[in-house]
Design a protein around this ligand. Structure first.
Ligand code: GLN
Length: 471
């Protein structure tokens, strides 16, 4: 049995209609029935059952946490002590986490149950799940399609109703795009809202962990649970975590959208029509909607790929085959040990990004690429914050179109990079962004609407999302 929300799940637990152990057994069974979707790299039946027993006992004594009995999955870049974690890379095949990520500690302290780890693009680099060393996850809505990336497995685990919710990570859209492609909710919190300790790094000034869920209330609750300062992550803010559950909108809100996004030729006409309709409905309900200009849209993908590959080339330098990572058996000396270990351990896309990042950081090119992209990032952040000083929230489609077939776009990396055009603004600016399900499209598939607010304004983010969700 699956439940539409954590509130429903909790009333079933309270009424004695189910138990945590029963929920885990059912989830394991659904995972087995859906094994052809290739969602899980590994299930954790033993620790999930043990946690379920512990939470059942706590429920008896009235001491269970806010996520009691919520069966969740982790993206394969989140460390859970004593369990495998690999960033879906051959570089870390067989690696076991030595400690738990702060977000994992927080989930367990809130009495969530962790069912397993899900497939993602290798080191979270990708938009289609196809760079995973374990093969792509398939979209539960239509298995010939991508579930999106990089957190495609975590989205699919929820969309296939195996888990109640899950965690992913978002650097340039990796939570919001898979949420849109699979018809569920996903949020990237403000940079610094959630600890990155124990998250396998891709681009440290962009990476942020966030949940996938089946409704907004669950999404807000899980975000609240994983938020908060952390001594292990100096970029994580100590500011107080507000209550995030979306209150009903008690006043008209103001929304803005960018003309450059809505009039973009890459945008699917049916998604545009849906958006125009949403704007009309918002206005009819008494909210204001303003068209704004954003002349930087075409620069976003370039800024994103220069800065993230630079950071990735530095973060991934640690995988040397000596201290950490796959070690080649064919080396002859130290140099060939490094070269072979890294060539064998990393897939093509990760290698491409390390090379790109090394290039933009290299003497002679640094100012022209990395330095300039940093300045451009500031311009985008300032322009975004200025737009957000005029309106409560920015709205638009999460992606230009619905999920595409597996294998279709991967042959040309630059085509795939353009998939991120609407999602990279939020992490460039460091602001929160949520994707809520919309559609269906005339082709029968789900897509997403994206909402962005100012930094650390998750309560307003979820409230604006509720307004749109109720249309
Ligand atoms: N698709 C983007 C990329 O390939 C986003 C990835 C992410 O958010 N982790 O970098």
């Amino acid at each position: 049995m699956t439940y539409p929300s954590i509130a429903h799940l909790h009333s079933a637990l309270r009424a004695g209609e189910t138990t945590c152990i029963q929920l885990v057994e059912e989830a394991l069974q659904r995972a087995a029935e859906n094994s052809d979707l290739n969602i899980f790299i590994e299930l954790f039946p033993e620790s999930a059952r043990a946690k379920a027993q512990e939470v059942d006992a706590k429920l008896q004594s009235g001491q269970a946490g806010p996520l009691a009995g919520v069966v969740m999955a982790l993206k394969d870049n989140l460390c859970y002590t004593g369990h495998g974690v690999s960033a879906s890379s051959n570089m870390l095949r067989g690696f076991e986490a030595q400690f738990s990520a702060t977000v994992v500690e927080k989930l367990l302290a809130a009495d969530a149950i962790i069912l397993g780890r899900t497939g993602c693009d290798e080191f979270a680099m990708g938009s289609s799940n196809e760079t995973s060393a374990y093969g792509p996850v398939k979209n539960p809505v239509e298995p010939a399609l991508t579930p999106g990336g990089s957190s495609g497995g975590s989205a699919a685990a929820v969309a296939a109703d195996i888990c109640h919710a899950s965690l992913g990570s978002d650097t340039g859209g990796s939570i919001r795009q898979p949420a849109a492609f699979t018809g569920i909710y996903g949020v990237k919190p403000t940079y610094g809202r959630v600890s990155r300790h124990g998250v396998i790094a891709y681009a440290s000034s962009f990476d942020q962990v966030g949940p996938f869920a089946k409704c907004l209330d669950d999404l807000a609750l899980i975000t609240e649970v994983i938020s908060g300062g952390d001594d292990y992550d100096t970029t994580c803010s100590d500011r107080e975590v507000p209550q995030m559950a979306p209150a009903p909108a008690d006043r008209p809100m103001s929304f803005g959208y960018y003309r450059e996004v809505i009039e973009n030729e890459a945008l699917d006409p049916a998604i545009r029509a849906h958006f125009d309709e949403a704007v009309a409905k918002l206005q009819a309900a008494g909210h204001t909607v303003k068209a704004l200009d954003f002349p930087y849209l075409d620069a976003l993908v370039a800024i994103y790929y220069i800065l993230t590959t630079a950071e990735a080339s530095s973060n991934l330098a640690r995988y040397d085959g000596i201290l950490i990572g796959h070690r080649s058996e064919h080396f002859e000396d130290l140099e060939s040990l490094y070269k072979l270990s890294r060539s064998e351990g990393f897939g093509k896309e990760v290698q491409r990004r390390i090379l790109l990042g090394t290039f933009v950081l290299s003497a002679g090119y640094f100012d022209a690429f990395y330095g300039k992209a940093q300045k451009a990032r500031r311009v985008v952040r300032d322009a975004t914050l200025s737009a957000l000083s005029e309106v409560d929230a920015l709205i638009g489609p999460t992606t230009p179109h619905t999920a595409f077939p597996l294998g279709q776009e991967y042959t040309d990396p630059t085509v795939l990079y353009l998939e991120d055009i609407f999602t990279v603004q939020a992490p460039i600016a460091g602001i929160p962004a949520v994707s809520i399900p919309a559609g269906p499209h005339p082709n029968g598939l789900p897509f997403g609407m994206q909402i962005m607010t100012g930094p650390f304004d998750e309560p307003k983010l979820f409230q604006a999302a509720r307004v749109l969700d109720q249309l």
